[in-house]
Design a protein around this ligand. Structure first.
Ligand code: PEP
Ligand code: MG
Length: 593
């Protein structure tokens, strides 16, 4: 039976092969008590299983560090910390001692309590961490029940498979063997969940957030997975397979062709230069950005340093991470965005109370300005990194001038302390703001008096302008950057930046969308920042489309009254220069639509 599902594209690539449905689930723990005289022995067994699990995770962590790098390996820190958590240990021991439960049962009950507490917190980022909890539970429970080590070995099955699962835990993902696994399809997960990050690092095509797909497909059933568009098809027709095979060849050729662009200038045919930088989430991605021709980093998201951690990151660790990226780009700017916590990203150590509307709540600069210890440490680390390159500080979700003023004051105090300690930094560093709310756009001329640059965060700007949640799949049709209101706000920001003589760049997803690039060029925005995988595609557009043409089309689009009109005008304009069918992304869902 043919089944088509559209999920979230998490790692690019097209693969066709048999499904392997993996039930990576915690085994059923039998009921039953232990006799009083065996209670202490049961407690001892629990500690032994815990120690064994820690050793095993450390081993996987070491292998991960060798295969993928030390930052990726840190993903396992929370699991090790969990196994030493006093609440977890004491709670389990109490169950065993007071209720005479078996070690497996006592541990299972304590873990269930943890899980329900975390679920009640309800933050998507905490939900991502439930995977870590599951990994730990699975390992310890299996050990206590005398079951074999749960680690997966798909080698030896012969045929390569597409792994289908409800969700993938981090330890499982890193152990996947490229020689045995073609791709990954999961019911749950987000682009930022650990397994998605690891899939990208492993170059494994992946689609996540597929609903109940793993219930619908059987092991051995043929399927197609397109990690560029987020589509999976179980039981595809012969002809459909042929279409995707052909598309795969075309896409690979196209990618080869694009790679040749990496070191060509980013300039339009009518000689308008466009600065093309990269967005990264981890320091190790800076190399890939450089290889793909980035002229610096336009958005370095720093949340990897805090999310999923049980303690605040030290200044030294942060400094090393920022410096590492600055040194990859000795001749270009690196925009380090200060922590954008809240919304969908929360570190465990903040014990954040649940909020009704997290995206309208305690988020980004609001958190940083309240938690000044956390913020000062980060600012010091960035200042120190500024001694190693053109490091710029970028503030997320700025809504008013006072937030910039207060940050500047903190920076001045930290500069003073660094000077007193004789620690080097660049006193001429730049401080700028992200424009992510309509409020920021409307006061952009005021903000420009305090900021050295603007960077448009269109992912948030669209959601806050249209009152449409950026992560709500049901509203995806309404979440459009081509709504005339958004186009007007982009235009106003560009004008305010021009009037003040400061750079206006765009680091939201719009900058990686072909129609978006055309729109931004037409608005006179000449600095874009996109994910490393999109750099060459965007450069292809820049090198194909004359800026004068874009300006003409956009002058017309600025008069449009509906998103459909805006999109049609832009598509008409750009299609004179480019065939859009090969570009990746959601505006081009599938070759068989
Ligand atoms: C944005 O909002 O456009 C942006 C780049 O920031 P983030 O996606 O991290 O919120
Ligand atoms: Mg944002």
């Amino acid at each position: 039976m043919r089944l088509v599902r559209d999920g979230t594209p998490a790692s690019p690539g097209i693969v066709i092969g048999p499904a392997y449905v993996l039930r990576w689930e915690i085994p059923r723990v039998p009921h039953g008590n232990v006799p009083a005289k065996e209670v202490e022995r049961e407690i001892e067994r629990f500690h032994q299983a815990r120690e064994w699990a820690k050793r095993r995770i450390r081993e996987i962590q070491r292998q991960t560090a060798q295969r993928l790098g030390s930052v990726e390996a840190k993903i396992f820190d929370p699991q090790i910390l969990m196994l030493d958590d006093v609440d977890l240990i004491d709670g389990t021991v109490a169950y065993i001692r007071e209720n005479h439960l078996s070690a497996a049962r006592g541990f299972e009950l304590r873990m269930l309590e943890f899980e329900s507490e975390w679920r009640r917190a309800g933050h998507p980022m905490v939900m991502d961490r439930l995977n870590d909890l599951m990994d730990v539970e699975l390992r310890v429970v299996r050990r206590l029940l005398g079951l074999p080590d749960p680690d997966l070995d798909l080698r030896g099955n012969g045929e390569k498979v597409i792994l289908v699962a409800r969700d993938l835990t981090p330890t499982l993902t890193v152990q996947l063997d490229r020689r045995a696994v073609l791709g990954i399809a999961t019911d749950a997960g987000t682009r930022t969940s650990h397994s998605a990050i690891l899939a990208r690092a492993l170059n494994l095509p992946a689609v996540v957030s597929l609903g109940d797909f793993s219930e619908q497909v059987r092991t051995g059933e043929l399927m197609i997975l397109d990690g560029r568009t987020g589509r999976v098809i179980a039981g595809p027709a012969e002809q459909e397979q042929a279409v995707y095979r052909e598309r795969d060849v075309k896409v690979r050729e196209w990618e080869q062709e694009l790679l040749l662009l990496a070191h060509l200038d980013s300039v339009t045919p009518d000689r308008q230069p466009v600065t093309l930088r990269a967005n990264i989430d981890l320091p190790t991605e800076a190399d890939s950005a450089r290889v793909h021709g980035a002229q610096g980093i336009g958005l370095f998201r720093t949340e990897f340093l805090v999310v999923g951690r049980s303690s605040m990151p030290e200044e030294e660790e942060q400094y090393r991470a920022y410096r590492q990226v600055a040194e990859v780009f000795p001749h270009h700017a690196v925009f380090i965005r200060t922590f954008d916590l809240g919304g969908d990203k929360f570190p465990l150590f903040l014990h954040m109370p649940p909020e009704e509307n997290p995206f309208l709540g305690w988020r980004a600069i609001r958190v940083s300005l309240d938690l000044t210890d956390l913020f000062r440490t980060q600012l010091r680390a960035v200042l120190r990194a500024s001694a190693h390159g053109d490091v710029r500080i970028m503030l997320p979700l700025i809504n008013e001038v006072d937030e910039v003023r207060r940050t500047r004051k903190l920076l001045e105090e930290e500069e003073e302390r660094l000077r007193a300690q004789g620690i080097a930094f660049n006193p001429g560093y730049k401080l700028g703001v992200m424009i992510e709310t309509p409020a920021a756009v409307l006061i952009a001329p005021e903000l420009a008096k305090y900021a050295d640059f603007f960077s448009l965060g269109t992912n948030d700007l669209v959601q806050y302008t249209l009152a449409v949640d950026r992560g709500n799949a049901r509203l995806a049709r309404l979440y459009t950057p081509f709504h005339p209101s958004v186009v007007q706000l982009l235009h106003q920001t560009a004008e305010a930046g021009r009037a003040a003589g400061i750079e206006v760049s765009v680091c939201g997803e719009l900058a990686a969308n072909p129609l978006g690039v055309f729109l931004l060029l037409g608005l006179g925005i000449t600095a874009l920042s996109v994910g490393p995988a999109s750099l060459t595609e965007v450069k292809k557009i820049i090198r194909s489309v004359p800026a004068t043409d874009a300006r003409e089309a956009v002058a017309e689009a600025l008069q449009a009254s509906t998103p459909a009109e805006v999109t049609a005008m832009l598509a008409r304009g750009i299609s004179r220069w480019l065939d859009l069918s090969l570009f990746s992304g959601r505006w081009n869902l599938s070759p068989v639509d």
